[in-house]
Design a protein around this ligand. Sequence first.
Ligand code: NAD
Length: 479
Amino acid sequence: MQIQNYIGGSLINPSSNLFLDNYNPAQGKVYSYIPDSEKEDIEKAYKAAKEAFPSWSKTTREERFRIMMKIADLIEQKHDELALAESIDNGKPVKLAHHVDIPRAASNIRFFATAIMHYASESHDMNGVAINYTLRKPIGVVGCISPWNLPLYLFTWKIAPALAAGNTVVAKPSEVTPMTAYLFSKICIEAGLPEGVLNIVHGLGVKVGAAITEHPGIKAISFTGGTETGKAIAKVAAPMFKKLSLELGGKNPNIIFADCDFENALRTSVMSSFANQGQICLCGSRIFVERPIYEKFKTAFVEKVKKLKVGDPNDASSNLGALVSKDHLEKVLGYIELAKEEGGTILTGGEQIHLDGELKEGNYLAPTVIEGLAFNCRTNQEEIFGPVVTIMPFDTEEEVLTYANSTQYGLAATVWTQDVTKANRVAAQLESGIVWVNCWLVRDLRTPFGGVKSSGVGREGGFNALNFFTEPTNVCIKL
Ligand code: NAD
């Protein structure tokens, strides 16, 4: 199967007519081909988006709402096909794609379709002297670049507010997981999205992603991916004074106090450590447990982790599927070796898993728990982004806050305690864009989403995203 670019309303091959291999990570085999696009293809996409902008930006909110709701309906109608495609392309269990990725993609579109209907701008009255009001205008052609871990989920999370606000878009999904973005382009055609409003160009980050970043006509970039890529984008885009939203890496702490609801903390920590093979930017990769319950928690946690089934993503009984690529598997295995060198003890996992038959060459790794590492060693400071967590005890709040805040990252944190005063106190001192108390990954799409420090710049979610994708003009009228 050959994937195509979606430019000017049509599905077309890249200018080079060259294609890259696309792998099925569960089998380690090439199963489709993705356009190896060039700068030239971004130029075509830009021209189509620029041409479409005057009309799309003037389209009524009601009409944008109508088309976007149709897109969301079509995502739901094609739910099974999309979930299977996401699982094959990414290696994630198909049941996860069913419950999380695809429903969330439809919700993203619907959420911003409705949000634009309620989006109002500010007015400031100067006590009879003058009145100010703020116009919020779409920016023009904007760029959206997304990663491989939640492919359609994160792709639509960016595209939806951009389109709802009246912008036209040049978008690039990850070259590692292009399939659902391709299926999404067909959905947009079926829904009657006007030509050129959304353009999807596939290919390598260093070519296609960089061409979006460098393009002088693309005035804003919304990026989700690794911190190093974020730096490369900022270096190019900042001197061009582009608007930038950067959602980057994390190394999230999971803090478990002795007074927690033990069973809930235990059950949720297994999920927050290993969901999507640990490849969610919000996964808690450093578990800190208050000393009085450390041994009890550790024993129960390891016992539960040992029971997780790593297997065929298409089998409903699998808890973990395959890691997204051979390269990524090698990277994660490298970190397990580093942890051993740094004095860590592997309590469970630590090894690649070799399945049989068609899955023989798949990228499987046993969920891994490591103990005995210092809070400031590399394993505890660098993002691994796989099914690997460390666990360590702490004695005081002050100590655990030092551990939690010690990394360059600050995306998400989880706190487990039944003492609401302590929960508030700790949450306020965590250097983190998001803090979950007694839960994990509970998402209200209206809330600000994003990280501090090297985890990013700016916030997505709700009106934050619509503000990002609009340019305010203040009009002051003398009375
Ligand atoms: P990545 O940075 O390698 O790639 C992300 C996207 O950027 C891809 O589409 C890629 O092709 C493109 N890209 C690569 N080089 C580029 C360049 N020079 N210019 C422009 N674009 C370029 O990230 P990844 O490996 O796909 O995803 C994993 C990372 O994403 C992890 O660090 C994870 O924490 C992060 N992530 C963050 C969030 C968040 O919301 N903060 C969410 C999901 C993933």
